[in-house]
Design a protein around this ligand. Structure first.
Ligand code: ZN
Length: 106
């Protein structure tokens, strides 16, 4: 997701706790330099935490759960794609085995 999407009406939404809405504390901030062919881009990274440690714990837990779910979904999609591909391949093979009917011209 582009980072600019977090900025709504000048408020950095990425810096507000998603659970309690309190402004998050920046515990770490660093600039990553990403070199492209034409120029070097600066990407600002921030590690933030909720001022409420209990809340942060719950946020961490839900994030971890979400991550597991995403990975499961990803694995499921790969499996589904593989099955679909196999089925398609089988159908093509079956179609090739059948004699081709050509409509006779009138
Ligand atoms: Zn919070």
């Amino acid at each position: 997701m582009p980072r600019s999407l977090f900025f709504i009406g000048g408020i950095d939404m990425s810096n507000v706790c998603m659970r309690c809405g309190k402004e998050r504390i920046v515990i770490e901030e660093w600039i990553e330099l990403v070199e492209t062919e034409r120029r070097t881009n600066q990407i600002r990274h921030m590690k933030t935490t909720c001022p409420d440690p209990e809340c942060q714990k719950m946020v961490d837990e839900s994030l971890a759960k979400e991550k597991v779910k995403n990975e499961e979904r990803k694995a499921e999609k790969i499996e589904n794609d593989r099955v679909l591909k196999e089925e398609r391949q089988k159908r093509i093979e079956q179609a090739l085995l059948k004699p081709i009917k050509v409509k006779g011209r009138k």
